[in-house]
Design a protein around this ligand. Sequence first.
Ligand SMILES: NC(=O)c1ccc[n+]([C@@H]2O[C@H](COP(=O)([O-])OP(=O)(O)OC[C@H]3O[C@@H](n4cnc5c(N)ncnc54)[C@H](OP(=O)(O)O)[C@@H]3O)[C@@H](O)[C@H]2O)c1
Length: 284
Amino acid sequence: MKVLLLGHNGQLGKILKNKLQKKINIYVDKKYNKKIIEKKNFINLYNEIKPDIILNSIAYTKVDNAEKNNEAFKINSNFIEEIGKIISRETLFVHFSTDYVFDGLKKNPYLITDNPKPINNYGKSKLEGEKYIQKLMNNYIIIRTSALFSSSGTNFVKKMCELIDNNKEINVVNDQYFVPTPCDDLANIVYKILLNYNKKDIYKDLFHFVGSGSSLSWYEFAKLINKNLGSRNKITSISSYELNLPAKRPKYSVLSDKLIRNKYSFDEQSWEIFLKHVIKEIKS
Ligand SMILES: NC(=O)c1ccc[n+]([C@@H]2O[C@H](COP(=O)([O-])OP(=O)(O)OC[C@H]3O[C@@H](n4cnc5c(N)ncnc54)[C@H](OP(=O)(O)O)[C@@H]3O)[C@@H](O)[C@H]2O)c1
């Protein structure tokens, strides 16, 4: 089984690479970097490696900047359309999407059967990407996730640790609810998927996957990070309206992930335990 990992320098990509390369034949792009989204380069890489599986961790993830430029659509949607036209019907495409495909008006966890209705450009571009996969590809697994965190890359936990360390004033929104997801946990489920992979099977799956444990607001998450750091910094709770960022965010984007957990049962650890490990790693 040959696996091509796209986006191995990103937050999730790094963890996938470290975790999977010990167990599986993983190929990464060392030639094209940011130019891999050009059609001819992707074709060259694909023909050179001839992967059975592509894990796509490439994405434009700057949610506020996506309101001001066209990059999100270029990377999260157009690039996926190109891939859909290039790869064979046999290649399994494993792709990551987001809770931000939903508008956040629901009061209980989103199911895969709920209608997506994104309220910002990032969410719109990711939903378009999902649609291209479903329309153009024969063999795919899409995993929507939320609030990824790890000790590498850019994420809320790292940002909070930095602000708390530097005694900065911290204002965090109290009206957006979600479930944090450790990248390690997501990488473990991807590993399970790869272990169960059968070349003869055709996959057409859409899953949700989030950390194991309760949902909370960004403000509550920040307070928990503060507590785990043993710090007493003041964290101020504010509304999204007061923070007034360029991109709107869903007020409630909790995803129900029973489906994937039932299909690929694996050892669960709560995201709160992962948070303690990740904070230790960040501080070391
Ligand atoms: N982060 C979250 O909280 C979150 C939540 C829900 C869903 N997701 C989804 O989970 C997946 C992984 O997210 P992440 O946090 O790992 O994102 P990330 O850290 O921003 O990584 C994105 C990756 O895409 C690459 N990339 C961006 N623009 C590119 C371009 N023009 N050409 C080639 N590569 C490009 C980056 O390369 P460089 O490193 O060279 O810049 C990086 O490797 C994404 O699909 C994201 O939508 C993330």
